[in-house]
Structure formats: structure tokens, C-alpha cells
Design a protein around this ligand. Structure first.
Ligand code: AP5
Length: 222
């Protein structure tokens, strides 16, 4: 099964993708994570992407489509969760071509419906363990022991450079202008399913599971 998780910054795409990796063994293909890894490693792609990401704008279609192409085979047997890709009509067309070349199809496009104002708080409060990467939040999920990672016990934490309010607002504007318009493309193909992204993490997960398990439409929000 291959699915897209679609929603504005902070909608919970990464949180739900990680859960599907843990519970179903699917492979998360996050262009945001791929780009951050390239920035950290100082590769040519990373050097081009750094300033664009810090401004909250979109990296070029050619770069991100090439990144997905490089990583697609890793999900051949276990199914892919596209997290943060596609983000433009051009990327949607590139994904269709890449999947078609491998004889693969798209099963669901799951839109996380959210209230953008609430997302600013979600994003600006987010931080993660500098050692193992597990995510926390100033309000919703603090480490059980102050300044100590629940998972690995490390004491260093980090925040994303693009997680400040000004950049978040630019990221949201980019979503409205360039990403939301790809929904009709998938609506026409009957692939769009909607979940309530403002519900608890567990409830959102339940709604996504219902979609993936093919429960009747009224059991999920269509
Ligand atoms: P990317 O890394 O994809 O960031 P994003 O889309 O802005 O999404 P986020 O990672 O911020 O949010 P999320 O939806 O994953 O939410 P999360 O689960 O973390 O992209 C970053 C940048 O890279 C872009 O701006 C662009 O420059 C570039 N880029 C990436 N892909 C690109 C592409 N395809 N084309 C061009 N450029 C590209 O949750 C957020 C917080 O909320 C967490 O703290 C979490 O714990 C909490 N939370 C989650 N769910 C809930 C819930 N239900 N209730 C309460 N809290 C919750």
C-alpha cells in the first residue's frame, strides 16, 4: 500500500507516519527529513536547500522529485508513506510517473484537516532529542524526567531553525498557494480521504487505521 499524508506544517504528518512505520512496517519517505539530512551533510543539494528552507519556501521540484526517486525502491515491499511530498502539481505528476515506472499505484491520499492557528503553537513548541531524534513538545509532550530523553537518556535537545512563528506563517502560505491546489487532482481520481487532524494523536491514528483497513466510509471521515 502506498499513501500520501497531506496537510499544512504541523498537521501531524510526521507523527502519524512514524506510527505507521512502527505499527505496520511501512517506509516513511519524508522530503523534509531528506533535505535536513542533506543540509547537515553539506551536500550540493543541502547547500542549495538551506536558505530556502529557513525562509519557509519550497525547494525546487526537480530537487525533491529526484530525492524521492532515489529513495523509492526502499519501500517496494513494505509500502510507502509520502510525508511532505508531493507539494506542487508538478511533484504530483512526477510521483505518478515514478510509481508508474515501478508498476506501483497510489492507494490513498489522507488529508489531515486542521485549524492553522492552533498549528503555530504546535510547531513553535516542538523540539527533539539531539541524540536519537525522538520528538517532544513544550506543552503536549515533555520528557518524563526534566531535560532527559525518555528513550535514550541524552540531555541535549534541538529545535528546527524553521520552527519560528514568522517562518511557520510563510510555510502555511506556501501550503495554501501551492500544495492545497493538488487536492482536486486526487479528488478526481477518488483517492482523497479526510481525518480530523485536531483530534488527539491516538484518535487521528485510529481514523487513519480505519482508512487503511478499508472500513466502511461512515467509520472514517470522507
Ligand atoms: P517538512 O519537514 O515536510 O515540514 P512541514 O510540512 O512544514 O511539516 P512539519 O514537519 O513541520 O509538520 P508535520 O505535519 O510533520 O507535524 P508533526 O507530526 O511534526 O518541510 C520542511 C521544509 O522543507 C519546507 O518548508 C520546504 O522548505 C522543504 N520541503 C520539504 N518537502 C518539500 C517538497 N516536497 N517540496 C519543496 N520543498 C520541500 O507535528 C507537529 C507538532 O505537533 C509535534 O510537536 C507533534 O508532537 C504535535 N502533534 C502532532 N499531532 C498532534 C495532535 N493530533 N495533537 C496535538 N499535538 C500533535
Amino acid at each position: 500500500m502506498n499513501i500520501i499524508l497531506l496537510g499544512p506544517p504541523g498537521a501531524g504528518k510526521g507523527t502519524q507516519a512514524q506510527r505507521l512505520v512502527d505499527t505496520r512496517g511501512m517506509v516513511q519517505l519524508s522530503t523534509g527529513d531528506m533535505l535536513r539530512a542533506a543540509v547537515k551533510a553539506g551536500t550540493p543539494v543541502g547547500l542549495k536547500a538551506k536558505a530556502v528552507m529557513e525562509a519557509g519556501e519550497l525547494v525546487s521540484d526537480a530537487i525533491v522529485s529526484a530525492l524521492i526517486g532515489e529513495h523509492l525502491d526502499a519501500s517496494q515491499d513494505r509500502g510507502a508513506i509520502f510525508d511532505g511530498f508531493p507539494r506542487t502539481k508538478h511533484q504530483a505528476a512526477a510521483l505518478e510517473m515514478l510509481l508508474g515506472e515501478k508498476g506501483r499505484t497510489l492507494d490513498h491520499v489522507i488529508e489531515l484537516e486542521v485549524d492553522e492557528e492552533a498549528l503555530v503553537e504546535r510547531i513553535t513548541g516542538r523540539f527533539s532529542c539531539a541524540n536519537c531524534g525522538v520528538g517532544y513538545h513544550d506543552r503536549f509532550k515533555l520528557p518524563k524526567v526534566e531535560k532527559t530523553c525518555d528513550v535514550c537518556g541524552a540531555h541535549e535537545f534541538k529545535r528546527r531553525p524553521d520552527d519560528n512563528e514568522q517562518t511557520v506563517r510563510t510555510r502555511m502560505a506556501e501550503y495554501r498557494a501551492k500544495t492545497a491546489p493538488i487536492l482536486p487532482y486526487y479528488e478526481e481520481r477518488g483517492l482523497v480521504r479526510r481525518v480530523d487532524g485536531m483530534a488527539s494523536v491516538e484518535e487521528v491514528a485510529r481514523q487513519i487505521d480505519a482508512i487503511l483497513d478499508g472500513l466502511p466510509a461512515r467509520a472514517v471521515r470522507l
